[in-house]
Design a protein around this ligand. Sequence first.
Ligand SMILES: [Zn+2]
Length: 94
Amino acid sequence: MAALQIIKQWFRRPLTCEDVNQFIIDYLEGTIPPRTRTRFEAHLENCDCCGAYFEQYLQTVDWVREDGSAQIEPPEELIEVTLHFLREHYSENR
Ligand SMILES: [Zn+2]
């Protein structure tokens, strides 16, 4: 398959929970491409799992900022919990 077709397909398919997880930092930093941003927001609206995660993530970011640090990376612990959560979510859907 030509690379262009793969890219076109990629842009057409809905984002997976894993994609959303990866795009969160880009989204918050505003570096996410507009088309991806639209799909990102659409996924959040339709996926309780990612919606809840995103809320939690925003709270964590707020907490980090209140702490006086500009760091936007989530704590290791939150990443672990989230990955575990997503893995369980995936296996339920299989
Ligand atoms: Zn999701």
